[in-house]
Design a binder for this molecule. Structure first.
Ligand code: UDP
Ligand code: MN
Length: 385
């Protein structure tokens, strides 16, 4: 019969059975719960989750978190269409032989005795020490650029005809410094180029998008070029291996800026210096005309690029380095109007841009180092300024 000495083993057995039963119960419960979830419709599952969150953390803002999740998915998707060029070729963004690049090689050779310039310009020096020339730079005497800011190599046919557009108002010191540093670099890169400074007329709020669109259209009437580089006046390149040649996809060149500790601020950034072929610029319908004051017209452009099925390329941060010249920060435009515009870019971009930019060319003059266009881009509606 049952003896006292058996007590520990009986107790142990009972405990074992208890644990087994408990585990089985748990498995059963979890399984049933899964099954129940499986058979529920999507809406029922959503309602159930909401209820659960509500019980757990009170008033859970479901819509807000759903939106965050959506943004995250979008961010991941765009990550896959942004290309960071590899560190090959010293990090240089040399156009490759595939795809659209043949379109940027001049098909008509003006002079048969000349050959195309080398794909990799032979006289690059790499790092450039930025000249801030506080005592006036005597540029004209030093740089052999034709009046109106045009230049092409004398000994070979350039592979790229580049239009540099600098949106501008009231930053003459910066312009002098930029040109002083830029012209020599473009010459070493053996580019055929034209520098166009588009100045906004009057004192109304700045509208960079309209200025750049107007400059492109006016330049198209006058010159032949394969691509445009939109260039802030206060960003001075620090390395001539960052090539200003025509890219097969829109290329953001100002990757690493000293002011931002040489780090890219965010993945979608295309502001500062952007190179894009004329075809692509027309495909995305240029910049939006609706951004007044500081901010977001460049983000709008990034969306236009992606929505048009193009990609954003970037040279390596090793070469795409810039010094930012100091200036007072402009007042940001109203956050609400910026986000309203950015949210509607997919519906708006084909109707708002190059095709309907309102502007009047006040004058255009050849200066020793650039073509100067004064452009009236109109006034903001009251709530836009
Ligand atoms: N800009 C200008 N004058 C102005 C405002 C802007 O010439 O009053 C041009 C200039 O090319 C400048 C660019 O627009 O580099 C971007 O403006 P800003 O430098 O004020 O903005 P950031 O990008 O530095 O915040
Ligand atoms: Mn600036």
């Amino acid at each position: 019969m049952f003896q006292k000495k058996d007590l520990p083993s009986v107790l142990f057995l009972a405990l074992l059975i208890f644990i087994i039963v408990l585990t089985l119960c748990q498995i059963l419960v979890v399984h049933r719960h899964d099954q129940r979830g499986y058979h529920l419709s999507k809406n029922q599952q959503l309602a159930q989750r909401k209820k659960m969150y509500h019980e757990m953390i009170g008033n859970y803002n479901f819509k807000k978190y759903k939106n965050i999740a959506k943004i995250e998915v979008f961010r991941r998707r765009i990550k896959s269409v942004i290309i960071m060029l590899s560190e090959q070729n010293n990090g240089m963004n040399i156009a490759n032989d595939n795809g659209d690049v043949s379109a940027v090689i001049p098909t008509v050779r003006e002079d048969d005795s000349m050959t195309l310039c080398d794909r990799v310009p032979p006289k690059l020096v790499g790092e450039i020490s930025v000249q801030t020339c506080d005592t006036a730079c005597r540029l004209e005497s030093r740089l052999a650029v034709e009046s109106g800011g045009y230049w092409k190599p004398a000994t070979c046919i350039s592979r790229h005809r580049v239009l540099i557009v600098i949106p501008f108002r009231d930053r003459w010191r910066h312009l002098t410094i930029l040109l002083h540093n830029l012209v020599g670099m473009l010459q070493r890169q053996q580019l055929e180029f034209r520098i166009l400074v588009a100045e906004q007329f009057g004192n109304a709020t700045f509208n960079k998008g309209r200025l750049m669109n107007a400059a492109f259209l006016e330049a198209k009437k006058r010159f032949r070029f394969h691509c445009v580089i939109f260039h802030d006046v206060d960003l001075v390149p620090e390395n001539d291996r960052n090539l200003y040649s025509c890219p097969w996809q829109p290329t953001h060149l100002s990757v690493a800026v000293d002011e931002m500790h040489y780090r890219l601020k965010y993945e979608l950034l295309v502001g500062g210096v952007l190179a894009i072929t004329s075809e692509h610029f027309q495909l995305v319908n240029g910049y939006s005309n609706e951004y007044w004051g500081w901010g977001a017209e460049d983000d709008d452009m990034a969306y236009r690029i992606l929505l048009s099925g193009l990609r954003i390329m970037r040279p390596s941060a090793v070469v795409a380095r810039y010094r930012m010249l100091r200036h007072e920060k402009r007042e940001p435009s109203a956050w609400s109007s910026r986000t309203r515009l950015l949210k509607s870019v997919n519906k708006r971009f084909q109707m708002d841009g190059l095709i309907n930019v309102p502007y009047r060319l006040v004058f255009s003059k050849d200066k020793p180092l650039f073509m100067h266009m004064m452009v009236d881009v109109g006034l903001p509606k009251e709530h836009d300024s």
